[in-house]
Design a protein around this ligand. Sequence first.
Ligand SMILES: Cc1cc2nc3c(=O)[nH]c(=O)nc-3n(C[C@H](O)[C@H](O)[C@H](O)COP(=O)(O)OP(=O)(O)OC[C@H]3O[C@@H](n4cnc5c(N)ncnc54)[C@H](O)[C@@H]3O)c2cc1C
Length: 382
Amino acid sequence: MSENHIFNEEHQAIRKTIREFVLKELTPHADQWEEAEEFPSSVFSRLGELGFLGLHYPEEVGGQGGDYLCGVILAEEMMQCLSGGVALGVGVQTDMVCPLLHKVGSESIKERFLRPALEGKKIGCLGITEPDAGSDVASIRTTARRDGDEYVINGQKMFITNGVRADFAIVVSREPGSSGAKGITIFVVEKDSPGYSVSRKLDKVGMLSSDTAELSFMDCRVPADNMLGEEGQGFYHIMWELQPERLFGAVSAIAGAQINLDMTLKYVSERSQFGRPIGKFQTIRHRLAELATEIEAARQLNYYVAGLINAGEFPAKEISMAKLFSSRTACKVADEAVQFYGGYGYMMEYPVQRFWRDSRLTRIGGGTDEIMLEIISRQLVQ
Ligand SMILES: Cc1cc2nc3c(=O)[nH]c(=O)nc-3n(C[C@H](O)[C@H](O)[C@H](O)COP(=O)(O)OP(=O)(O)OC[C@H]3O[C@@H](n4cnc5c(N)ncnc54)[C@H](O)[C@@H]3O)c2cc1C
């Protein structure tokens, strides 16, 4: 993988440590976890024990005190395990759940949820999407009605990563009777709260080792203390949260694409037809060269945006560009790689099929291509 000036020697050392861990403790189990359609929760505790979940969080909340780029390195290196599902499950914890808890959580929330999440002692999930509200976040219907010192939550959440095993869910809800972006408030709901249940574990095409749930809240009572951020400001909190989540998706997608390309380069030099390795055919060499160029361009865009985030900026247009371009590039690489493997690419025994299935999610989750284009175009065309 080519480097960039944004990483210093300390970053390189962290990268080496994470890679060694992933290759030794995760990669050998990836096939088995994919088959079982679940990776063990002990992955979270082990990552927490090693300090990897809190790399880019301050020490006072239980993190390691590193900068944002340490998180980018974790996202990239997790892909070395060859299971997008494992990388996704861990990424939801580090780049969807924890950023919100850290940015808008009260001291009490930070102690009760953020610290154990960074230590890998509690697993979290984030529930934004509903059966009838996906791209249009402001149309969510889950309600939270105040009742004394508690709120009573009713509604459903759909496609929630880590939702089956999560110890707590961050739930985006609205005041009854409110509509649009107004009246949206977020709560942290513990799994044993009465009225909280996992209604279904969903069957997916890819990211098999991650668990994806439909969650149900029926008169689920949460203490007012569990409100995350400001009352009525939930929509804006979520719009902020989506920014680091999208860059995480972009970075993971390109790290996976690079691994896939490297494997494919090896394959085309080993597979012979018509008396020579298929990688000697110009039509194949040139397409590989194009893919390598697109991966490099996407990675450098991601690093540029990561540098901005590291400096405290969250530029929605550039983040959306990075997510759009990286997701599309990863899918293109995955599709071409299957083609270069021929019939073997369609067989379960090679990881190339998993990249093909896993990478498809990145064009949908965390905001679809079409929504990225909408965000970008809004800043271009008045
Ligand atoms: C495996 C998986 C894991 C997920 N994990 C989580 C999670 O942990 N938490 C969570 O909250 N959500 C999660 N999601 C949900 C994900 O974020 C949504 O699927 C995504 O935002 C799209 O919403 P939707 O599926 O309802 O599609 P829809 O919004 O119904 O979109 C359908 C199609 O219409 C297009 N479309 C919609 N609006 C427009 C528009 N204005 N202009 C042009 N085209 C438009 C979309 O781009 C898409 O092509 C996950 C999804 C999957 C599949």
